[in-house]
Write a protein that binds this ligand. Structure first.
Ligand code: NDP
Length: 360
């Protein structure tokens, strides 16, 4: 998890360190799939600003972008900068809308510095006590949970909601919002510590481990009234355990398939398709895949108003897993896909001063 690429420490290199995709992984990503480029810190011209990366968000979708095939977005090119959302600080500004010291959410990618023309930046409220929340509950993962659960899942009080990757930023938000809506919430997570976290910190009614061979029985016991909403984050054993428990008119927001993120072939064994289709037909299940970015324009303001209030009231909690040093991003991404993270995974990027000429 803490293996590092050979990125020079910042004291020796007041430069922009950029982590590039060197090679496409087959299976799990490793350090060999990345390389480091060192470029001068860019100098903003008129209408531009210089952003220093403070935190880089690591997310499961990044593994998909390392493949050659197009998913719902273009792959990262070989030799291209790894993509990623960041909390960045304005250090130099020649842009009328941004002042030095402003914090923004940016798509700066895996690098120290970004030269920006201001487009696509979201300015954060300077009063925000914990800006990193804009990468978890008050950002993309929170919106994913909000859209998937409320718009697609349409929970009703008394229903049972099941979500895997239960302690991650999406799963934990799904569970906590479902509790606010009066549902029974059952998590599926990787091991005892995470299950305890789901119940004790996030208020789930129960949580079972997908590492346990008895997962189908344990999940059935935790869902005595069946499942009304199965929020699909993972696929794999979690889905197979949930399938027989679907109630009539159950809903399945299809959010992610992280269990198969590193898969190089179809799972061995018999073909589940007939069984899946039979359950979906007989139980009249509604399945809908969704991509969060499709909902930004229509739903972000309502989401931020609701989630902002729930977070401020302590009704939605966030646990962050912060790793120091840009050089640890490749290893941390590999760890995320194997469940080593405990909460929202962030890289805290070392502080640096811009070069004197960048300060204009
Ligand atoms: P997490 O921080 O929860 O990290 C991924 C987690 O997946 C791991 O910590 C691990 O948790 C779990 N996992 C890994 N392998 C398996 C497995 N074989 N079986 C079950 N669980 C596994 O991620 P996020 O909260 O950021 O994302 C959750 C899901 O939501 C992902 O699938 C992601 O791709 C998806 N997503 C989709 C979006 C969309 O627009 N559709 C937007 C954002 C996220 P554990 O140890 O508990 O198993």
């Amino acid at each position: 998890m803490t293996d590092a690429v050979d990125v020079p420490p910042v004291e020796e290199s007041p430069v922009n360190r950029r982590l590039l995709l060197a090679e496409r992984p087959v299976g799990a990503p490793g350090l060999q799939h990345f390389r480091v480029e060192r470029l001068p810190i860019p100098v903003p011209g008129p209408g531009e600003l210089l952003l220093k990366t403070e935190y880089l968000s690591l997310d499961p979708y990044m593994r998909g972008r390392m493949n050659a095939s197009r998913g719902y977005a273009e792959p990262v090119a070989i030799g291209g900068l790894m993509v990623g959302q960041t909390i960045s600080r304005v250090t130099v500004s020649q842009h009328p809308d941004f002042a030095v010291g402003d914090r923004v959410v940016a798509d700066a990618g895996w690098q120290d510095w970004l030269l920006s023309d201001g487009r696509g930046l979201r300015k954060l409220d300077p009063a925000m006590a914990q800006p990193t929340l804009a990468l978890s509950a008050l950002g993309m993962p929170g919106l994913t949970a909000y859209i998937g659960l409320l718009d697609i899942g349409q929970p009703k009080a008394g229903e049972t909601v099941v979500v895997a990757a239960a302690t991650g930023p999406v799963g934990s938000a799904v569970g906590q919002i479902a509790k606010l809506k009066g549902c029974r919430v059952v998590g599926i997570a990787g091991g005892e510590e995470k299950c305890r976290m789901a119940v004790e910190q996030f208020g789930f009614d129960a949580c079972v481990s997908h590492h346990d061979d008895e997962l189908p029985r344990l999940l059935a016991e935790a869902c005595p009234e069946g499942i009304d909403i199965y929020f699909e984050n993972t696929g794999g054993a979690a889905f197979e355990a949930a399938l027989p428990l679907f109630n009539d008119f159950a809903r399945m927001p299809l959010c992610g398939q992280v269990a198969w993120a590193n898969a190089t072939s179809l799972p061995a064994g018999y073909d589940l398709t007939p069984r899946v289709m039979r359950v979906f037909l007989h139980r009249r299940v509604r399945l809908q895949g969704f991509i969060v970015t499709d909902h930004l324009d229509a739903r972000f303001d309502a989401f931020l108003a609701d989630m902002g209030r729930w977070v401020a009231e302590g009704r939605v909690k966030v646990v962050e897993d912060i790793i120091d040093g840009l050089e640890h991003a490749p290893g941390a991404l590999a760890g995320l896909l194997s469940g080593y993270n405990l909460g929202k995974l962030l890289i805290r990027v070392e502080d640096q001063e811009p070069a004197a000429d960048a300060a204009g």
